[in-house]
Each structure stands twice: as C-alpha cells, then as structure tokens.
Ligand binder design. Structure first.
Ligand SMILES: [Zn+2]
Length: 215
C-alpha cells in the first residue's frame, strides 16, 4: 500500500513538474535571452543571446518514453554570427541553456551538423554581420549549406558535457540513413525525475539497433 502511494505521488509529481518544467524553461530562457517573436519575426521557440547567437529549441516527445512529452526539448538549430565565432559567446549561451535545463529537469537533444545559410542549395555560405540580417534569412528561406566544421562541433558538444546517444523512437523520430551516433547528442537535466531512462540511451542496451551497430 505504502509503495503504491509512493508510486502515485511520484507519478503525480512527475506530471506536475513535467508541465511546469517547460514553462519554467521558457521563463528561464527569457531571463537570459530575447525571443525572436518579440522582435517581430515568425520564428517560434527561437532565443537570441547577446544579439550574437541564436538557438531554436522546441518541445517534442519520444513515443513510448515515459514523461518525455513534458520534458523533452529538441535543439533544431543554433547559429553564431560569423564575426563572433571563437569569442566564447556560443559556449556561454550553451552553459546558460544547460543551467536552465538542469534547474527545470528538462532533457535536450540535437543532431550536430555545422551549417551556414546560402542563396542556393549547396551554394556558397553567407556571412552575417548583424543578428537582424541573420534572422531575416533564417525566417525567409532556410537554404542551408554544409560547412566543414563538424569535427570541431562534435568536440565542442562533448566538452560541454553532452553524451552521444540514440535519439530514435521508431515512430516520430525514425532512423535516417545519415544519422551517425557521434552526431547525436543528449543532455539530461540534473533534476529530471527519469534521468536513468534518458541516460541509458547513451548505453548500448538503451539504443536502437542502428545506433548500437555503430558502437
Ligand atoms: Zn538510435
């Protein structure tokens, strides 16, 4: 009986913090950044930090992963103004994001691929001198072009404490042929109630067959 009550209380708590987690995440993000929406752009869930870095972080879920609808965040894109690369501002922003993810018990994942904006598919990358120039392009087209910074990017996320993990659920998040395990990164917030469940995705036993075969 006692055990059941505990379980019930735990699940209630998990539900409560689940919903609040996301609202608190947004609240925390608003304290350190500006929403692109508040600057008049049609870019949802897009946060601008010090007018130099921008990140889009959406609320998503993994089918069959308990509580993920309340906890899971997907970093769709992060971009630093060209002239600010290497200044440490991107790292500072990510440290802040991690702090807020920790405090709100959220979980963040991403596919690390270095990209730039271009006027044609696989064309030459643009360079941006101002955030508004960048946001206008981001809003308008999303024509992205690959750059050769992948290895540096992988090292960056690893240094920041992200884990290589399986990000698939065989449903909304299917395996794609180009998905490499070393590009899939996960950060589990310190206060997440189902931490082990997420952390296990970095272990072979918690991976889908496709990711496990790359170990
Ligand atoms: Zn996988």
């Amino acid at each position: 009986m006692e055990q059941m009550e505990k379980e019930a209380a735990k699940s209630k708590e998990s539900k409560a913090t689940g919903g609040l987690g996301f609202l608190n995440f947004i609240k925390g993000m608003k304290e350190i950044s500006t929403l692109a929406k508040d600057r008049g752009y049609h870019l949802p869930c897009t946060y601008i930090f010090e007018d130099k870095v921008v990140a889009q972080i959406e609320k998503v879920e993994w089918t069959n992963t308990k509580g993920s609808a309340g906890h899971l965040l997907y970093l769709t894109k992060m971009y630093c103004l060209d002239m600010e690369r290497g200044s440490g501002v991107g790292t500072r922003f990510m440290e802040e994001i991690k702090r807020i993810v920790d405090e709100t018990g959220m979980v963040l994942f991403l596919f690390a691929t270095s990209f730039s904006f271009s006027n044609e598919d696989n064309g030459l990358p643009y360079a941006f001198l101002s955030m508004d120039e960048l946001l206008k392009q981001w809003e308008a087209g999303e024509k992205l072009t690959g750059t050769d910074g992948d290895i540096l990017l992988f090292e960056w996320y690893t240094r920041l404490g992200f884990l290589n993990a399986c990000t698939h659920d065989g449903d909304i998040w299917p395996v794609k042929e180009y998905h490499r395990l070393n590009k899939q990164f996960l950060y589990v917030g310190a206060k997440n109630p189902d931490q082990d469940l997420y952390l296990n995705r970095a272990n072979e036993s918690g991976m889908c067959g496709y990711c496990r075969n790359q170990k």
